[in-house]
Design a protein around this ligand. Sequence first.
Ligand SMILES: Nc1ncnc2c1ncn2[C@@H]1O[C@H](COP(=O)(O)OP(=O)(O)O)[C@@H](O)[C@H]1O
Ligand SMILES: Nc1ncnc2c1ncn2[C@H]1C[C@H](O)[C@@H](COP(=O)(O)O)O1
Length: 222
Amino acid sequence: MNLREKYGIPQNAVITIAGTVGVGKSTMTKALADALQFRTSFENVDTNPYLDLFYDDFEKWSFHLQIYFLAERFKEQKRMFEYGGGFIQDRSIYEDTGIFAKMHWEKGTMNNVDYETYTNLFEAMVMTPYFPHPDLLIYLEGSIEDILSRIQERGRVMEQQTPVDYWLEMHQRYENWINSFNGCPVLRLNINDYDLMNNPDCSEQIVERIGSFMKQTSILRK
Ligand SMILES: Nc1ncnc2c1ncn2[C@@H]1O[C@H](COP(=O)(O)OP(=O)(O)O)[C@@H](O)[C@H]1O
Ligand SMILES: Nc1ncnc2c1ncn2[C@H]1C[C@H](O)[C@@H](COP(=O)(O)O)O1
């Protein structure tokens, strides 16, 4: 019996991994997809034509980048549901608007007209009864010190050159955002409670937590 069956996780589940930059979403996506034999949906950082430009000049490129991410994320959403689920997704579509677009607008690096255009588009595409929400959002949380050291360790130059205040602001916003998020059930995992790099066996403990959490939430929803 595989881990998915052992812990009663539906074969068609769509699980999305949320959390601030560098917290460990991609690593968790790979580990869970391997453990559950699910497909993956990753953000393609290397092929993103706006990301470097954006980090160089937020004001000029924030709108272009948000539109690009929205299109990519929406295509992925469609792909996951066309396959009939069985996916682990690296970052949810909700974070684009709830964290990034909002933060750049409130900080003045996205203007009012662009923000309104973006949110109208987001709402028309996502906030409809036809938009399928994930079955579970796993929220990865950790201290800002750990996250900053992971950003350094990973070594994406544009992120390393971004002022620390940007990451502090984002970290704070994530905490506020997740406390009021209600798009789907949320399972919180603290990054100090597992170590996927040095202890691959901990995937099974995480799968076990996911299984019991999904069982609980499906009972509560009945
Ligand atoms: N459990 C972990 N323990 C230690 N380091 C980790 C762990 N998970 C991820 N990392 C490291 O942290 C950095 C960021 O991880 P990544 O999965 O790329 O984050 P994200 O996708 O959230 O931006 C990478 O260098 C990765 O190797
Ligand atoms: N919606 C977004 N707006 C701005 N920047 C974004 C958005 N989504 C992702 N990003 C950035 C942040 C990181 O530099 C890379 C990849 O994110 P990661 O959390 O490392 O997977 O893209």
